[in-house]
Design a binder for this molecule. Sequence first.
Ligand SMILES: [Zn+2]
Length: 98
Amino acid sequence: MNKKISKKAINKILFLIILSIVLIFVVGPMADYFWGPVSKYIYILSLAILIWAAVLAQRKARCPYCGGPVKLDDIFQSKKKARYCQNCGKPIEIDEKN
Ligand SMILES: [Zn+2]
């Protein structure tokens, strides 16, 4: 059977990374301007979100065959080019429906 990496999980990780980048570079600097010195809390929050994304990536970005870690880069590239697990050599594919 053809096993694949869940697209939902990957999208969630991507969303968290984008969210933390927006918080750091857009919301943080704006917050100081509009609401006074609160940006440090926003930076702490975005750091927590980044750590959460990293934990999710550790747990979800895994080879469905052998459970070995797969780089996020390999997962994103796998749409354009065939990528293989560095551990067992099986192809890395994303399940678009799951
Ligand atoms: Zn593998």
